[in-house]
Write a protein that binds this ligand. Structure first.
Ligand SMILES: [Zn+2]
Ligand SMILES: [Zn+2]
Length: 338
């Protein structure tokens, strides 16, 4: 029996009568994490991993009907045993383990296998069927080490500062921005943030994640010399907007897994690209899939065809699931206004 099937509303668990990350409003929604393509408004009842509650409320509203469950704890609903396990993607992100009549399925949502210090690290879960993303499901995607990337970001900031220029780093406001903050050398100068970033910083700090001090860029007067030493974190949508004028002469950069491709950087028109993703790279995807011991793999969003073909060649029963999950890593940030 299939514990998860694709329906027009989203991924559905027939015996449990609930959806996982539905893209259309449903009565019962189990949410893997707070990114906009997975957590949408309009559902009757929400269930998420306990560390994700603050994010979900800040993005979907304080008044949503939300139930939480700590990682690893079990809940039985219509005979289906459900538990959440860390996905290592963003604060509160979870894989959903479902068990029914001896059959075990895991829906991973988005995941990253390398620990980053801003959320619980990915934890492999044994199962018969594994539902995986494939955002970066091509053999060309191999991430440099995080230490290397952060050393490059800090060196870029130092060099701009020494030339009296602000460093504006574009990145997704939820997850990526906090990861960058965690890796910055705060002794180099002040860190300023766009209004879309700070509410999420607050949620991370409340969850006990150590982030350096940040200030609203909007609070700093236009010609303040502090601007010329600052590192500024802003969502991609701020690029080219009048908001940027306050920084005078600045250098800009973009942080995303897609920066591995030179064409993407050129299209963004920024001075620098830093390869930093909250998703597993190709070796990471294959490692995670292997760790589950699953003989059946359902591939959702990304390079579905390539990954399905590769897994089939390895002797697995791999198939595609059609979903409406997007890619927050490259999407223009549709962040709630502060
Ligand atoms: Zn995500
Ligand atoms: Zn996603």
């Amino acid at each position: 029996m299939d514990l998860v099937i694709a329906r027009p509303e989203g991924l559905y668990c027939p015996p449990g009568d609930f959806y996982i990350d539905p893209w259309r409003p449903v009565e019962r929604a189990v949410i893997t994490h707070g990114h906009g393509d997975h957590a949408r408004t309009g559902n009757g009842h929400y269930l998420c991993a306990a560390p994700g509650a603050g994010i979900l409320r800040s993005r979907l509203g304080q008044d949503i009907d939300l139930q939480t469950l700590p990682y690893g704890e079990r809940l039985v609903h219509h005979g289906v045993t459900l538990s959440f396990h860390p996905a290592g993607h963003v604060l509160g992100s979870a894989q959903v383990r479902l068990e029914y009549e001896g059959e075990v399925w895991v829906a991973s949502g988005d995941y990253k296998v390398e620990p980053d210090g801003t959320c619980a690290p990915f934890e492999p879960v044994r199962c018969h069927t594994f539902i995986t993303e494939s955002t970066f499901g091509l053999p060309i995607y191999r991430w440099p080490s995080q230490a290397e990337v952060f050393a490059d970001i800090n060196a870029w900031w130092r060099s701009n500062r020494d030339q009296g220029k602000a460093s504006v780093l574009f990145c997704y406001a939820f997850g990526k921005a906090q990861r960058i903050l965690h890796g910055l050398d705060a002794s180099l100068g002040p860190i300023l943030v766009h209004g879309a970033v700070e509410p999420l910083n607050r949620v991370y700090r409340e969850a006990g994640i150590a982030l350096p001090e940040t200030r609203y860029a909007g609070d700093i007067p236009r010609n303040d010399p502090l601007m010329r030493q600052a590192l500024v974190l802003a969502p991609p949508s701020a690029g080219g907007s009048s908001w940027m004028r306050r920084f005078g002469d600045y250098s800009d950069a973009f942080a995303s897994g897609w920066m591995l491709l030179r064409g993407t950087r050129r299209r963004r028109g920024v001075d620098r690209g830093f390869v930093l993703s909250d998703h597993a790279d190709w070796p990471g995807l294959l490692w995670a899939i292997g760790q589950t011991g699953a003989e059946r793999v359902m591939v959702t969003h990304g390079s579905v065809g390539v990954l399905v073909r590769y897994l089939c060649e390895q002797g697995l029963d791999a198939r595609a699931f059609v979903t409406e999950y997007g890619d927050e890593d490259d999407a223009p940030a549709a962040e709630p206004a502060p």
